[in-house]
Design a protein around this ligand. Structure first.
Ligand code: MN
Length: 233
């Protein structure tokens, strides 16, 4: 059995944690689609009340708050989507919503950057969303705030400004599928593990960014997420 790698493995994706010296190692990045009614409407869709649906993003290429990320490759319509991100800290398999809080490690602000033209092309051709959603610097994350410091998500605002101008603004109460429901649902399809992240969907107001834009996302009580769009490379 060989014991050495042919070349150095890519570094483990990890996030800083508020009030903790150690890093949160990231396993998988799940993302929920259409989880705010007004956003589903602006995209010409309705929320599926039957069940939430998901896509995933690679952890390699995950970007951190404060980064300057080049305008994404292969798109002419790069969009921002500001989202609440849930960080899983315990294994979870087939758990009920009432047990979900016990596996939440904390929360973060995240940007689900989207190559909207490629996503739309995929939808039109009934192809997967991967090209529109899973790309380098496509997931941008702020530090995690431990759940102990976030007793409730009720009444908290979620907002995104671009160059200081408000673009997205809502309340977390507007989430169609609540955090506990999402964890319970996902745990029937995956063995959720410590390190998993769940992007919970974006409110209305998504739109394009251009080179030089500064994106600042905030959720009451959490560390913000900031991204600057650099020149295409
Ligand atoms: Mn999204």
């Amino acid at each position: 059995m060989a014991s050495e790698y042919l070349f150095p493995p890519q570094p483990q994706a990890a996030l800083a944690v508020v009030g903790e010296d150690r890093l949160f190692p990231v396993a998988r990045i799940f993302c929920v689609g259409r989880n705010y009614v007004e956003h589903a409407k602006e995209m010409g869709n309705e929320v599926d009340r039957e069940a939430p649906f998901y896509f995933l993003k690679p952890t390699i290429g995950m970007a951190h708050s404060g980064a300057t990320a080049p305008y994404a490759l292969g798109t002419r319509d790069l969009h921002h989507e500001m989202e609440l991100v849930v960080a899983i800290g315990e294994p979870a398999f087939r758990i009920g919503a009432e047990q979900a809080q016990s596996v939440v490690y904390g929360y973060a602000c995240g940007l689900d950057m989207t190559r909207r033209d490629l996503q739309q092309d995929g939808k039109d051709k009934r192809r997967p969303w991967d090209f529109g959603k899973a790309f380098e610097n496509g997931a941008v994350l702020g530090p995690i705030t431990p759940a102990a410091s976030v007793p409730s998500l009720d009444g908290r605002s979620i907002a995104l400004k671009v160059n200081g101008v408000p673009r997205q603004s809502a309340l977390l109460d507007d989430l169609v599928w609540k955090v506990d429901e999402l964890i319970s649902h996902l745990s029937r399809y995956y063995h959720l593990m410590p390190g998993d992240l769940i992007f919970t969907g974006t409110p209305a107001g998504v739109g394009p960014v251009v080179v030089g834009d500064v994106l600042e996302g905030a959720i009451d009580g959490l560390e913000p997420v900031k991204l600057t769009i650099g020149p295409a490379e």
